[in-house]
Design a protein around this ligand. Structure first.
Ligand code: ATP
Length: 235
């Protein structure tokens, strides 16, 4: 579904990603693991069109994305849940969901979509008219995912969904990720520092270090790899 070949990207003259290649099969969850500064967020930005790529090729459903803008990528079915969530704090939960529907035309469909998201995240139903700024970290992450789902993506890019969340909430967020994949067949790329959780839900994983992929394989194989355990799973 997604094919990335020799992707180079960065900021101005600073190159952060030095020729990244990976593939994501339809219906799978792929984890990209790496420590602070490895280039995970830069990769998510490049895939979602927020920063231009310097060279390389990204194909989504067999079509090259080229220099397509972030908005057009969203319309094509590729949605990002950004690091730190980027919610509209002074808007309510419902208003944030409505903002996520701006690529869709029918009001009726939008209301149906909001109902679907609230079924998926019952906690958001209780907080529907609360300002996003007042949400807990876990609620905020649910809302950020819900808002991305409003555009009906076929590929969801998740940038560190566990960031800043208490362990028990991390579990809930990963349960939701697994459910979206299993029940709805949503294809997901997940970047994470939290290797434990990410490898539990992912089918395949890639390890990003200093802007290059240094190791990849099936998630179960990487979980059993002693250097992965030592470097990314706290021994
Ligand atoms: P983290 O977990 O800290 O978010 P990361 O793996 O997501 O780490 P990136 O945020 O992609 O890493 O950062 C990779 C490198 O790019 C770092 O050296 C960082 O300083 C640099 N960088 C990130 N954003 C910018 C920017 N807007 N302008 C210039 N350099 C940046």
């Amino acid at each position: 579904m997604l094919k990335v070949e020799q992707l180079h990207a960065g900021y101005g003259s600073l190159e952060v990603l030095h020729g990244i290649s990976f593939e994501v099969a339809q219906g799978s969850i792929v984890a990209i693991l790496g420590s602070n500064g490895a280039g995970k967020t830069t990769l998510m930005r490049a895939l979602s069109g927020l920063i231009p790529i310097k060279s390389g090729r990204v194909e989504f459903e067999d079509r090259p994305l080229g220099r397509l803008s972030a908005e057009k990528r969203l319309r094509e079915g590729l949605a990002l849940v950004p690091e730190g969530r980027d919610l509209f704090g002074s808007l309510t939960v419902r208003e944030n969901l409505v903002m996520g529907a701006y690529t869709r035309r029918s009001r009726f469909e939008m209301e149906q979509d909001i109902e679907r998201i609230l079924d998926l995240f019952p906690r958001l139903k209780e907080r529907l008219h609360a300002h996003a700024a007042s949400l807990s970290g876990g609620e905020g992450q649910m809302l950020a995912i819900g808002r991305a789902l409003m555009s009906h993506p076929r590929l969801l890019l998740l940038d560190e969904p566990s960031q800043g969340l208490a362990p028990i909430i991390v579990e809930t967020v990963f349960d939701v990720i697994e459910q979206l994949n299993k029940a709805e067949g949503l294809t997901i790329v997940l970047v994470e520092q939290n290797a434990h959780q990410a490898l539990e839900v992912a089918h395949d994983a890639y390890i990003l270090q200093g802007g290059s992929i240094v190791l990849n394989g099936e998630a179960a194989t990487l979980t059993a790899n002693s250097s992965v355990q030592e470097l990314y799973m706290g021994g």
